[in-house]
Design a protein around this ligand. Structure first.
Ligand code: ADQ
Length: 490
């Protein structure tokens, strides 16, 4: 975990996110095993080494006893991580309930099924209360560890109340908030009954509010003007003389880490095995958390349509879908897993031969080296997500394709479409006819076109890195504070 290599001479940064970059597994009364977590936020922030950083968050486990809490706190301290202990009821109401059942689908424009909508409306208030309570618990831990001059960087939709809690305790604290998901149009935001105002106002307590794209930032400002009646300015949102800066900070990846990894003997070995295993076939790849927003069923159905219409490709192409399970105790996610298994089974039954099946689907995460090797041997990366804040998988694929120059098929509803759109084939993931045609186009694309498209994206991915993203956000936050101080003095 490179996170532990903090640099004491640099500015102190407290990163606050719902989950720590590691998950804890209990091995005894006072012993813990820590495993790196999978997810975009972790991938992006692990590469950030310009700060003397500490990470505050939940370790993903209920630890009711003080012996266990003490031992876990000690184990995490070695990784520069500080735990927030949440009990089962809070996790149920705040994390599974308000965050994952309400905010997540809402921010990704996915409505809830009618029966859930009714149940949710009834349980709304208690989930919202738990959300506020959990945010206050995060604030208490930040306050305990905060030192004058620290920058506090709050992340994501789980912690929209945090800026307010922190500023109420210490108005001089430098607080930034960044959203990793899309911020939907204000019309969607208004369907959060009666509580929308509270959430927006809490976020506005931050000094700087950041989004992946200009569109999301614009939606946020228009929600503040339409719902709160505040004034939007070119810099952000103004409320009674206080300006909250709002801007786009597109995230990137630690591209060097991927490029360097490709030279490692174990990665080369993996690549050799994969090439032998899939010799004579083009490789298409999907790497996603198993989540509704990733559109895995739609992706597989589009592949089926492609095979239907192009039987000559039947044993010449393979789709490798690596889907790491998340939120496994939420029924919607369990249903999604069964649905994907069923579709994969049907298509393999329909198009498989005695020696080969068209889809390899794995319900698990891959380690970093295996992932790099897989990206490197892929011919076509299928990132046709239904909706995604950015989508780092598309960046990681591009970083690993320096020699192969494979094709990226990317959803127009991913934030990455704005940065990698010129090099990728953009598709509407809901339109499987269009996606199926794009698969054919990608598989047959001539080398010079592939090279041109790849070059565009590679330049972007290697210059707009996660390090640059974090440095820009923090420096903008520092500048915002200085400007605010100057304004108050005038
Ligand atoms: P995620 O929804 O997690 O992130 P994404 O940006 O694609 O989505 O990042 C996923 C990360 O997890 C990647 O680094 C990928 O390598 C890793 N990963 C996914 N599946 C894996 C598997 N099976 N095995 C191993 N590793 C796997 C959220 C938002 C995104 C936003 C990021 C960063 O939803 O829109 O881009 O945060 O802001």
């Amino acid at each position: 975990c490179e996170w532990q290599e903090g640099q004491p001479s640099k500015q102190r940064l407290l990163v606050v996110a719902n989950r720590l970059p590691v998950s804890a597994v209990r091995k005894g009364e006072d012993s813990w095993q820590l495993e790196i977590s999978v997810g975009g936020l972790v991938s992006a922030l692990l590469g950030v080494k310009e700060f003397d950083a500490r990470w505050i968050g939940w370790a993903g486990v209920n630890v009711p006893d003080s012996v266990g809490q003490k031992a876990l706190t000690k184990a995490l301290a070695e990784k520069r991580c500080i735990p927030v202990f949440l009990d089962e009821e809070i996790v149920h109401q705040y994390y599974n309930g308000y965050c994952n059942n309400i905010l997540w689908p809402l921010f990704h424009y996915l409505g809830l099924p009618q029966e859930d909508r009714l149940a949710t409306t009834r349980s709304f208030q208690s989930q919202f209360d738990a959300y506020k309570k959990a945010n206050q618990m995060f604030a208490d831990v930040v306050n305990e560890h905060y030192e004058d001059g620290d920058v506090v960087w709050c992340h994501d939709y789980h912690l929209m109340f945090l800026p307010k809690c922190l500023k109420e305790h210490n108005s001089k604290m430098k607080v930034g908030w960044f959203l990793h998901t899309p911020f939907p149009s204000s019309e969607i935001h208004r369907t959060l009954p009666s509580l929308d105002q509270k959430l927006l106002r809490s976020v506005l307590a931050a000094d700087l509010v950041g989004f992946h794209t200009y569109d999301y930032a614009r939606h946020f400002v228009s929600a503040c003007t339409r719902i709160l009646g505040l004034e939007g300015t070119p810099e952000g949102v103004e409320d009674q003389g206080k300006l909250t800066r709002v801007a786009a900070f597109p995230i990137g990846i630690d591209s060097d880490r991927f490029i360097r990894a490709l030279e490692l003997p174990q990665v080369q070995e993996h690549m050799k095995e994969l090439k032998e295993r899939f010799a004579g076939r083009k490789v298409m790849l999907g790497v996603d958390r198993l989540d509704m927003i990733k559109g895995i069923p739609q992706k597989i159905l589009a592949f089926e349509k492609f095979l239907e219409e192009n039987l000559n490709w039947r044993d010449k192409v393979v789709l490798l879908q690596i889907a790491v399970p998340t939120r496994t105790d939420v029924p919607e996610y369990q249903k999604l897993t069964s649905q994907v298994h069923e579709i994969v089974g049907r298509i393999n039954g329909r198009f498989g031969t005695l020696t080969a099946v068209p889809i390899h689907h794995l319900d698990r995460s891959l380690d970093f080296h295996a992932l790099c090797a897989l990206y490197a041997v892929t011919d076509v990366s299928s990132c046709y997500i239904l909706r995604d804040g950015m989508n780092l998988v598309s960046y990681e694929f591009v970083a690993c394709q320096a020699s192969k120059k494979g094709v990226l098929i990317l959803s127009e509803f991913a934030g990455a479409a704005q940065s990698l759109g010129a090099g990728a084939i953009l598709v509407n993931p809901w339109n499987i006819t269009e996606v199926a045609a794009s698969i054919g186009y990608a598989l047959n694309m001539p080398a010079d076109e592939r090279e041109k498209r790849h070059h565009h994206n590679f330049m972007h991915v290697t210059t707009h890195t996660s390090q640059e993203w974090a440095a820009t956000f923090v420096s903008e936050l520092n500048d915002t504070i200085v400007e605010a101080q100057l304004r108050t003095r005038q």
